[in-house]
Design a protein around this ligand. Structure first.
Ligand SMILES: [Zn+2]
Length: 206
């Protein structure tokens, strides 16, 4: 039987979202992004394990000094990184035309703001581009919420930690671009990895 999506290749996987056989390629491409994959799907689970390997591989290709710095950040602030990645994944579903370059620009604006914050200067750069501004606000809100208690007390993530974590995200955007060259390689990756409404752990805990 042919794949119900492309109608060309053999439908080797019984897809619970389509209720019909699909080919491995369509499964990989549509997984979570345009198919309502249930958490119980074994192909989804295997796909996530593959993703965790991809993430490690991309990290490993960063220049050595950069890589060491980012690995240290990931070790020190795994929850902050996971929260930022999760935020980007959710934003991908809200703004379907979001591209990695929008994320890069938004992160760059925030880096400027938080660096100024480190120097004690209150300064907020915004964007005229609604896609960039949308994702910038979401990341900003996530960073601000990170250092707070459930009661909403506290000042948010310290500016220095925010700079470290955002620097990590920006390097990964670049590394995914270098590796795959697609417009939305990084955020598609994140969107597939964090599909649920509930936040998962770090990608590397898999
Ligand atoms: Zn197919």
């Amino acid at each position: 039987m042919k794949c119900i999506w492309c109608g060309e290749r053999k439908g080797k996987r019984e897809c619970p979202a389509a209720g019909a056989p699909v080919c491995p390629r369509c499964c990989g491409e549509r997984r979570v992004l345009s198919a309502a994959c249930p958490e119980s799907c074994p192909f989804l689970e295997a796909g996530r394990e593959r993703d965790a390997r991809v993430y490690r591989k991309v990290l490993a290709r960063l220049p050595p000094l950069e890589r060491e710095r980012h690995e240290a950040t990931l070790e020190r602030h795994p929850e902050a990184i996971a929260r930022l990645e999760y935020t980007l994944a959710r934003q991908r579903f809200r703004q379907r035309d979001l591209a990695d370059r929008d994320v890069r620009e938004a992160v760059g604006l925030l880096l400027e703001s938080y660096r100024a914050g480190e120097a004690g200067i209150l300064y907020e750069r915004t964007s005229e581009n609604p896609r960039v501004e949308g994702v910038r606000r979401e990341i900003r809100a996530a960073v601000d919420a990170l250092g707070r208690s459930r009661e909403g007390e506290g000042a948010g993530l310290p500016a220095g930690v925010a700079v470290e974590c955002l620097g990590f995200i920006r390097s990964l955007v670049d590394a995914f671009q270098a590796e795959y060259g697609a417009d939305s390689a990084y955020i598609d990756f994140l969107a597939r990895f964090f599909p649920g409404e509930e936040e998962g752990g770090s990608i590397l805990t898999l």
